[in-house]
Ligand binder design. Sequence first.
Ligand code: IMP
Ligand code: MG
Length: 177
Amino acid sequence: MEKGKIDEILFSEQQISLRVRELAREIERDYEGGSPLLVGILKGAFVFMADLVRALEIEVKVDFLAIASYGMSTKTSGIVRILKDIDTDITGLHVIVVEDIIDTGLTLNYVLANLKARNPASLEVCALLNKREANKIDIPVKYEGFPIPDVFVVGYGLDFAEEFRNLPYIASIQPHR
Ligand code: IMP
Ligand code: MG
């Protein structure tokens, strides 16, 4: 496969860091004394999750759910495979799903339905990026980092064919150049 080319930086390291801390303040306000379980969706959310938990000044627990949705393509298939389930029994827990990006919403829709069936006390979504105009399903996102246009982005955990996850910023990419 041909490598993509970085196009334009959409959010700098500093902009992201500021927004992550703002999201942390929102979560702290809502979960005062609550001790939520943050469930990060691997692999994309690992960088966001790491920064978010360190910005939070309340007691939290963490777990991870590994899923595969795209394979090597940039288009969503709608087919979600759980590669690794969470270890925690979430019955009666306050759960926040931490996601890197919402595109069609199909992935998160599946994940939310799956987790909801396990009867958590509450279930909310914290997504760093949301391509609102590309949403095919309405996902209730309580904590949203940045709305973005329908462009393919990489960096800060997000990949194109497993590349660019380590970039400290978020950039758009032209996959077929
Ligand atoms: P959805 O099911 O269409 O909402 O896609 C969500 C998943 O696709 C995210 O968790 C990402 O892993 C991946 N994804 C969607 N858009 C992008 C993007 O612009 N860059 C990198 N990954 C993306
Ligand atoms: Mg993802």
